[in-house]
Design a binder for this molecule. Structure first.
Ligand SMILES: C[S@@+](CC[C@H](N)C(=O)[O-])C[C@H]1O[C@@H](n2cnc3c(N)ncnc32)[C@H](O)[C@@H]1O
Ligand SMILES: Nc1nc2[nH]cc(C(=O)O)c2c(=O)[nH]1
Ligand code: SF4
Ligand SMILES: [Mg+2]
Length: 218
């Protein structure tokens, strides 16, 4: 760890992720946004540790325990992102809104980055965002005040009942929110045909695929 992180880690008041000055970071990587509205665009991903939602099909369960991941200072994260040509940053997790995203997003925007979030919406909205993707979960309901700020609603389709569930949540977001249906990865072969038929019959929805998994990139 750098001297900055060592110092901050020695200050208990700043050590709790809740302050948002230092955060548990599972991984960070420069890649192509694989999902949703911004799919195909270069972005620096910061995957924060910690999630209390517990989706049975979560594809990054190793993120759930915040204490299992090293702490990093906001300044370090911004410097790491700035080492790459792109100026889009995706804050994901884990559930990023378990943390105060204010310091990180403020520093990123001050450094000229667009800030995008991937969230379940299950915790209060903190931070300054250029794009908010809300992917609601049955395991812990999204907050109405987060849904109200969704630029994108991305429903993961695990079984046939998820189409009606999707419509219930489409009624809770602004009329301008982009609507996506994304097959749950392990059930993609089974659910994608029905998902395609649903979008053809209900064209305000769009198909979202986890293209990074097909491209074999992070
Ligand atoms: C790992 S989650 C982290 C961010 C946040 N906790 C959330 O759920 O939106 C990032 C995105 O991956 C999606 N996702 C997670 N596991 C998936 C799976 N098995 N199949 C398809 N999408 C998945 C989530 O719905 C979310 O849109
Ligand atoms: N390439 C790529 N795109 C993504 N979009 C959302 C992701 C996530 O795990 O939050 C993700 C991811 O893990 N990789
Ligand atoms: S909310 Fe996101 S990170 Fe948490 S379990 Fe569900 S998919 Fe995984
Ligand atoms: Mg992912």
């Amino acid at each position: 760890m750098s001297a900055v992180t060592d110092l901050l880690a020695a200050l208990p008041i700043l050590h709790t992720p809740i302050t948002g000055v230092i955060l548990p970071v599972m991984e960070q990587f420069y890649t192509i946004q694989g999902e949703g509205f911004n799919a195909g665009r270069a972005a620096y991903f910061i995957r924060l540790g910690g999630c209390d939602v517990g989706c049975v099909w979560c594809d990054v369960k190793e993120s759930w325990d915040a204490d299992a991941h090293p702490r990093q200072a906001v300044a370090e994260l911004v410097a790491a992102a700035a080492a790459h040509p792109g100026r889009n940053v995706v804050i994901t997790g884990g559930e990023p809104l378990m943390h105060n995203c204010g310091p990180l997003t403020g520093a990123l925007q001050a450094a000229g980055f667009q800030t995008w979030i991937e969230t379940s919406g299950a915790h209060p909205l903190s931070g300054r965002w250029d794009w908010i993707c809300v992917s609601p979960k049955k395991f812990r309901a999204p907050r109405p005040d987060v849904l109200a700020h969704a630029d994108e609603l991305k429903i993961i389709v695990f079984n046939d009942s998820d189409f009606a569930w999707a419509e219930e949540h489409a009624a809770l977001v602004p009329a301008t929110t982009r609507l996506y249906l994304q097959p749950e990865w392990s059930r993609a072969a089974r659910m994608t045909p029905a998902l395609i038929d649903y979008v053809k019959a209900h064209p305000r929805w769009q198909v979202s695929l986890q293209t990074h998994k097909y491209l074999d990139i992070p």
